[in-house]
Design a protein around this ligand. Structure first.
Ligand code: PLP
Length: 418
């Protein structure tokens, strides 16, 4: 257990945000002469010192290629790398460490499932069910494999409040549905979907399910045992870890039945020009040298959120989000996209008469970093009748004062431009 834990969690059960902030060196940075207010954690989270230290420590003391050397250093590097896999297994509540596949990011995890699992099962007329609120990463890979086979990607609609219409979702799971894939948390609306119910609807019809947890694992506890899905993906860089490392979890029996999707070193058993046999899972899907240091340091990212406690993180971020909703509602002409019953971390908004790009650029002059554009969710923006929006998103290090600074800046911008 990390020594920071008692200091970081006050007796009230709420999180000592200043103790958390002290662990993030970048938060001392100034932007345009102003203190950085980082409200773009949904795009990528900042890194605590322990993750940064783990990266440098690994390169300084333990670095070598893995699973290949008989010498001590390579053994050490392999052990550190393999330890992260067990850490991820425990973090997700996976039954078996062999179900954890390291990839580059959530996107690559979805592509792996699209090509190695789905493509061999697809025929003309088949369907892949997604929702209207998906990130492009959970639309385009399915379109690519669908276009090779004459299958099609079908979107389940959302309600006016920005939730998945569960009746319509259930109706669209038909005899031609070969996979259902949906996000746990919308990266635009912040909607927390009732994933266990959605998984159950698909399972009842015998359809495999992929859950995109890219905006979930960093905000609340995730337990695969309660979910009953078939595949789940996330990216370490959104979980306070290094960029370049993603996780695909898949049921062992499904992974075992899947062919490799990329060929190269480490994923083979025997190679000859007469033919090649392949390694066991998960190595069969991990061709070539991975981001070894990134994977090693990812264990510290998991340690960081576990030591704070994901329940405490969820409480802190929930309070902040409620404060943000109230604070932004007071900005003239500002409209928050969606009003789902359960929301995590993300608020997207528009301001009448002000282009989102201008909002982002003017906030930047005040040191405030938010995201503007379509946030890789063009179909969702089209459904909302918008080309773009502005989006603030909360991480564990954000404060009430930062939300107030955002609201004050927005009011000033509105006064200036409208
Ligand atoms: N899914 C969701 C819901 C996301 O928000 C994102 C990134 O923002 C992704 C998938 C893709 O993540 P990555 O770019 O790390 O692969």
């Amino acid at each position: 257990m990390n020594a920071l834990q008692p200091a970081a969690i006050a007796t009230t059960g709420s999180l000592d945000v200043e103790a958390v902030r002290a662990q993030f060196p970048i938060l001392a940075t100034r932007v345009h002469g102003r203190p950085l207010v980082y409200l773009d954690s949904a795009a990528s989270a900042q890194k605590p010192q322990r993750v940064i230290d783990a990266l440098t420590r690994f390169y300084e003391r333990d670095y070598a290629n893995i699973h290949r050397g008989v010498y001590e250093l390579s053994q050490r590097a392999s052990e550190l790398h393999d330890r992260t896999r067990r850490r991820v297994q425990a973090f997700l509540g996976a039954a078996d460490w062999r179900e954890i596949v390291f990839v580059r990011n959530a996107t690559e995890g979805i592509n792996l499932v699209a090509y190695a699992f789905l493509l061999p099962r697809l025929a003309a007329g088949d369907e892949i069910l997604v929702t209207e609120m998906e990130h492009h990463a959970n639309i385009v890979p399915w379109q690519l494999v669908a276009s090779r086979t004459g299958a099609r990607v079908v979107p389940a609609p959302i309600t006016p409040t920005g939730e998945v219409d569960l009746d319509a979702f259930a109706e669209r799971i038909g005899p031609r549905t070969k996979l259902v894939a949906f996000t746990w948390v919308s990266n635009v609306l912040g909607t927390v979907n009732p994933v266990a119910d959605m998984v159950a609807l698909a399972r009842r019809r015998g359809v495999p399910v992929l859950v995109d947890a890219a905006q979930a694992v960093q905000h609340f506890p995730v337990d695969l045992r309660a979910l009953d899905a078939d595949f789940l993906v996330f990216s370490m860089h959104k979980l306070y870890g290094p960029s370049g490392v993603g996780v695909l979890w898949g049921r062992a029996e499904l992974l075992e039945a899947m062919p490799p999707w990329q060929g190269g070193g480490d994923m083979i058993e025997r190679v000859s020009f007469a033919g090649t046999t392949f390694n066991d899972i998960p190595f069969r899907f991990e061709a070539g040298t991975p981001d070894i240091a990134g994977i090693v340091a990812s264990a510290e990212a998991i340690g960081f959120v576990e030591d704070l406690g994901l329940e405490a993180i969820a409480r802190h971020e929930g309070e902040l989000l409620a404060h943000a909703e109230a604070a932004l509602a007071g900005v003239p002409g500002l409209r928050i996209l969606g009003s789902p019953r359960r929301r995590a971390s993300v608020l997207a908004f528009t301001i009448d008469g002000v282009h989102p790009q201008d909002i982002g650029m003017l906030l930047d002059l005040d040191g405030i970093a938010i995201r503007t554009g379509h946030h890789c969710a063009m179909p969702l923006h089209a459904r909302l009748g918008l080309a773009a929006s502005a989006r603030m998103s909360i991480g564990v290090y954000n404060t009430h004062a930062e939300i107030d600074a955002l609201a004050t800046s927005l009011r000033r911008i509105v006064g200036m431009l409208r």
